[in-house]
Design a protein around this ligand. Structure first.
Ligand SMILES: NC(=O)c1ccc[n+]([C@@H]2O[C@H](COP(=O)([O-])OP(=O)(O)OC[C@H]3O[C@@H](n4cnc5c(N)ncnc54)[C@H](OP(=O)(O)O)[C@@H]3O)[C@@H](O)[C@H]2O)c1
Length: 276
């Protein structure tokens, strides 16, 4: 039997790159997509050499409404089926809601929610026909927290992804399809450099930080086991568990108090977002 294929979005860096390595190490062929072709090509060469698998590279911008169709057509043109879909591409907008433009917010929704939903919608019928599928949506502990001051839509979108994944988990059962939401906390990647919050988050305690490899391994194992939700790391399991049992107003108070400590350091990033 030929190897199964995993499509990984946002594979050029961070968690997506680590997930691509995790799938390849477990004997999957991988289709890697993002905007930076040079990064994808370097990763593909490395994975082919190290694990003896086949790779596909697809450059696409998932903030463009045509992005998901471009990607799925490219896989079909290579005469491959998508057996695992890893929806991971993403970024964060710094600052508060009104300090950003609507264009920034609508691109954010297109990339971080609409493209995830469309890719599942395009890929899942084939999985149903073949009686096998794995869908991993990269959400965040932010989706399990009581909102946040700034980064306003981020936790809302991640929360929606968690609910979406849970519903897919139910729908997939009759077809041999596993669906999971992966909810990392702070993870070393390019994420905080891209959104200009590196100086703020570098003040976070070291035990809050996960490596992309830890997150990827936990996510891969979770979707293989068909866990509907995966929160890597003991600290984040505790924190998100606490948020589920505390009364909402108390959880919001705790969140606000904690974020106040880091707010001053965020000012330059807010200004940068407003000016871009
Ligand atoms: N790092 C954290 O602390 C953390 C915590 C919780 C959840 N997450 C989530 O984890 C996921 C991955 O983030 P990361 O931490 O690995 O960040 P990262 O290192 O910045 O990687 C983001 C990936 O998304 C791709 N991407 C960004 N905009 C894109 C676009 N318009 N079209 C296509 N691809 C695009 C980037 O590739 P190109 O630039 O080459 O296009 C890159 O491969 C995100 O969904 C994020 O919300 C991260």
């Amino acid at each position: 039997m030929s190897r199964r294929l995993a499509l990984i979005t946002g594979a050029s860096s961070g968690i997506g790159k680590a997930l691509a390595r995790e799938y390849a190490a477990n004997g999957w062929d991988v289709a890697l997509t993002a905007r930076r072709e040079d990064k994808l090509r370097a990763l593909a060469e490395e994975l082919e050499k190290q694990f003896g698998i086949d790779t596909l590279i697809i450059t696409a911008d998932l903030a463009e409404p045509s992005g998901p169709e471009t990607i799925v057509n490219a896989v079909a043109a290579a005469e491959r089926d998508i057996d695992a879909l890893v929806n991971n591409a993403g970024f964060g907008l710094p600052g508060t809601y009104t300090q950003t433009t609507w264009k920034q917010q609508s691109d954010f929704i297109q990339l971080m929610f609409t493209s995830y939903c469309e890719l599942v919608h395009r890929v899942m019928p084939g999985m149903q026909e073949r009686g096998f599928g794995r869908i991993l949506n990269v959400a965040s502990v932010a989706g399990l927290s009581p909102g946040s001051r700034g980064h306003t839509l981020y936790s809302a979108v991640k929360s929606a992804l968690i609910k979406f994944s849970q519903s897919l988990h139910f729908e997939g059962k009759a077809y041999g399809i596993h669906a999971s939401a992966l909810c990392p906390g702070f993870t070393y990647s390019e994420f905080h450099d891209v959104n200009g919050t590196r100086s703020m988050v570098s003040k976070m305690p070291s035990f809050w930080w996960l490596t992309a490899e830890q997150v990827a391994e936990a996510g891969y194992n979770a979707v293989q086991r068909n866990d509907p939700i995966c929160v890597p790391g003991l600290w984040y399991k505790f924190m998100t568990g606490l948020f589920q049992v505390l009364p909402t107003h108390m959880a919001m108070w705790m969140m606000d108090r904690n974020q106040a400590k880091f707010r001053a350091a965020e000012k330059p990033a807010e200004t940068a977002a407003r000016e871009s």
